[in-house]
Design a protein around this ligand. Sequence first.
Ligand SMILES: Nc1ncnc2c1ncn2[C@@H]1O[C@H](COP(=O)(O)OP(=O)(O)OP(=O)(O)O)[C@@H](O)[C@H]1O
Ligand SMILES: [Mg+2]
Length: 657
Amino acid sequence: MIGPPGGGGGLELFMARGGRRRRPPSTVPDSGLTGPVDIPEPEPEAVPKDLKSRLNRMWVNVTGTVRGLPKVAKLTWQASPVLTIVITLVTLLSGLLPTATAYIAKLLIDSVVAAIQGHGTKSAIVGVALFQFGILVLTAVSQALTTYGQSLLQERMTLTIRHQVMDHASALHLSYFEGSASYDMLRQASQEAPTRPLSMMNSALGLIRTVITFGSMIALLVSISPLLALVALVAPIPAFISQSKYGARAFWLTLMMSPLKRRMDYLNSLVTTDTYAKETKLFGLGPYFVDRFQRLGQVFYDRQRTLTRKRSVSSTSWGLLSTAAGSAIALYIALEAVGGRLTLGDLALYTAAAASVQTSVQGLFTAFSGMYENNLYLDTLYRFLGTKPEIVAPSEPRPLPSTVEGHIRFEEVSFTYPGAADPALDGVSFEIRPGETVAVVGRNGAGKSTLFKLLCRLYDPTGGRILLDDVDIREYDPVELRRQISAMFQDYVTYQGTAAENIGLGDLTHLVDRERIETSAKRAGADERIERLPSGYDTPLGRWFDQGVSLSGGEWQKIALARAFLREAPILILDEPTSALDAQAEHDLFSRLRELSEGRTTLYISHRFSTVRQAERILLLEHGKVAEYGTHDELMAAEAGYAELFTLQAAAYLDEA
Ligand SMILES: Nc1ncnc2c1ncn2[C@@H]1O[C@H](COP(=O)(O)OP(=O)(O)OP(=O)(O)O)[C@@H](O)[C@H]1O
Ligand SMILES: [Mg+2]
């Protein structure tokens, strides 16, 4: 069964974790790429089916959904107070219109009958007809106003919420983006949520409108005959029950969360996304994926068909029961009218009212299930917006010294990634004197990149502390701290922008400072390639543009380096800056680095020992611990890990020679 919105129920958890939900190990791969196509749907939790627990569950769902309303109202109001008022008023008014229309019809018939029988006047008929016209005009105007208000409000809401989501996402800590559950939450908040509040609001207003119509109709019927009112109320109940049985749940399970559908989407993206295309073609995977897609699709369709069939059979048969009851009453009224106890107008009124009450009941259900569904999405949005950024400035941040010297000290720093079993760094201590250049070496996974990320305070250490100029970096404002660091990460970004923009983004204060951008490009050795581009620095890079130029891997790396060099910060950190560079470019860069790192504390990671040995000191990490730290000569003399690795690589080169 579906959990209550906001209650952390099973459904919500399932949604948040998407396909990465933990399951008991099975022999069938979860990915859908191999194995049988008949992937089972999630089993609804076994729940007690007695009336009391059913009612109880219904109550929990109703209250949960209703509790979501005030927040939505607030969001709508924030988006546009005027439109909110207009839409609300029009909705309330339009709730009364069907009743008014039905009542006018009755008046019209009664006055016509009276005129025929000779005790009415034509002017009475004209009066009623004018009144009817007025109501029709009101109906048309209110419909137009609703459509107008809704479409405008939709735009406003979407913008407001996307803005809030972006704003919040930009303040969140890095590890938030790396967890699978939180990543799903972020994606849903930014893709699904923006349209939901208005949809929820519309459902809620629709609900109110229906309740008004319903209430006024019943009141009108009571005035004719209380018994009729009762029957009109009871008749639609069977249809209501069958609707509720198959409505929301079926919708959810099949459309929103079907594991089959998710896998189909994945297969689809494998074949249609540019970044996957190379491998799909090389390995000849296309036809295989297409075939899997089709087979999964067939199973999906079969299941949909079964469900749809059950649903329509059930709702039609129960609906017929309601229809039978309605017809019986109509017959009763007709006979009463013949007997003169009710007027012809009453007959017309009842017919209209019975139909409208029936639609209202269905409308109530649709509106409520819509609200329920929207509320589930909104819950994700609120939880996202409610997530507190973990890395924030202390309440009274210590101002950075006017000139940061770049004196870095790690004291027993340990760090374990959220959810990881082993620490990536374990009791790391070392010191870098101001202006020194240090190379960090170690095997894959030794913790080198992690060290850099901690220094930028993208994560906080789980133990120990990092000092910059003798102050724990957590005492500074993280924004201020990061301003002191020029960095290039291992997985640098290739922006879909011009060459100049790609470099300028390294320091927003110099985003359009062409002279400085050109200097940085020169420092990174990117200038020569950029000048050969069709429009030089103004050439768009990347495939998003019509005239975009695609760069090679190494060319992109030079651009990323130039971006790091644009910022003249006291600390420079480069994570494998030359991994994609050719031998000449690498040599050139390191000969320039001496001058570039002048007066700055510089750290770089490299796997090439010819460049590593140029550093003043070398830090060897092994399994998250500092294994060796010293100058090249010291470490060579120690004849331990570093010396071994160095000799290994050197020997390989010598053999070649
Ligand atoms: N975002 C992350 N979430 C969880 N674990 C991570 C994350 N990034 C790295 N790790 C783990 O932390 C350990 C250290 O990773 P790190 O990236 O620091 O290695 P590295 O020394 O830079 O390796 P390489 O030479 O391959 O770049 C690895 O075992 C890795 O599995
Ligand atoms: Mg790394």
